[in-house]
Design a protein around this ligand. Sequence first.
Ligand code: CA
Length: 508
Amino acid sequence: MTPVLIRMRDDDNVAIVGNEGGLPAGTVLPGGVTLRERVPQAHKVSLVDIGAGTPVRRYGVTIGTAREPITAGRWVHERLLEMPPARELRGLPMATHRAPPMPPLAGHTFQGYRNADGSVGTRNLLAISTTVQCVAGVLDVAVDRIRRELLPRYPNVDGVVGLEHTYGCGVAIDAPGAEIPIRTLRHIALNPNFGGEVMLLSLGCEKLQPERLLPPGTIPIGGAVRLQDDQHVGFDSMIGSILATAEHHLERLNARRRETVPASELVVGVQCGGSDAFSGATANPAVGYATDLLVRAGAAVMFSENTEVRDAVEQLTSRAATPDVAEAIVRELGWYDTYLARGGVDRSANTTPGNKAGGLSNIVEKAMGSVVKSGSAAISHVLPPGEKLARDQRGLVFAATPASDFICGTLQLAAGMNLHVFTTGRGTPYGLAACPVVKVATRSDLARRWHDLMDMNAGRIADGAQSIEEAGWDLFRLLLDVASGRRTWAEQHRLANALVLFNPAPVT
Ligand code: CA
């Protein structure tokens, strides 16, 4: 077996082992260093002798300092590394880096559903919003009946989505922070994949009343279906009322057709989950390349996950297009530092046992691999959690969200995402009902075992079968196909995770 080492930068003093199954002690590595112990796949090996207290570098940055002398050829695992403190949010370089010139990329289109407000859907879905969790059981039954009894008569409608959540009552609805879950729900109801057809199911006595959830003018004609209304006598009457209302919306949705629209109509959210040390070497750089292509084509691309970009803050503020954007990045990450501190933790609470088994020693290393998804464009906008992108906010956007897969996905839906890219190294069957999720594997082994769950294999980069540029172009083309209606594996299996709201406010 030819040993494969992946070194990110020339001045890195560690590299990761690319070979499936890892490499045994005694292996002579490219460059002449001999392994002193077995090193698992995706884990780091020291390329030179590293003295105690000396920086260990990957991605050209210090991911930790050596707790003891590390001789060349050793397995550099988390126990050998002292994590550096987080960079202070003062004295950062603000909009100092001039992003490389990005020539516009013209001529790329997809087949999408144009909405009345000018936005474009990649799917034509009936979504039923809810004010409160109390109605979820009734909605489940209704959605099942709509799917079986009504949808066959409306073949141009791609599906029906019950927007269930745990918010709406039993919460301190006027507390600071409560505006985040409320505006998240409001903006999800207006996601471009729902064709502007807002349908709302309410209980009646809940704190989050329909008028508080939706802006004036978007409450559906005839109002919300309210289960406590006198007209409802018994369960069947409730279900009948929901089905009758759904038919009005289905008729209008069914009349819509896909049309050719420019790639600039894409609002793409990028995210990773179940990451390993390959994430930052294969899938995330491929996503970063595709991000640059999308930005050049005029699309909006959101990257998120506060705790996974916190250690790259200097890189982000310097890449901001203007000092105002840089200040907004500092504001969002500063707010999040305070939020974490209130819970007695910091960014290091992010890493999982799976991340560490996958070779990621700490959050610094994870963050450096995660932020690569943002490509190289200047950051043009910052979006606070739950807010919606305006039509003219295109280019690279930092949408500040927690890194939790479901919360990040939920907030990106609120931002107006019509296509989602998700990279994984450990493997997750993640999906969303409201938006196609294109999943990219970081390793060929995962892509092989999960052949009917992963939409693309970026592990070919580590195998030497494809360059980052080629994988980036493949992903870009795949995204246009999926936006045009090609179904992802998650859609084919109907895999969808719950909407999970970010609620920093108290419950009662
Ligand atoms: Ca995530």
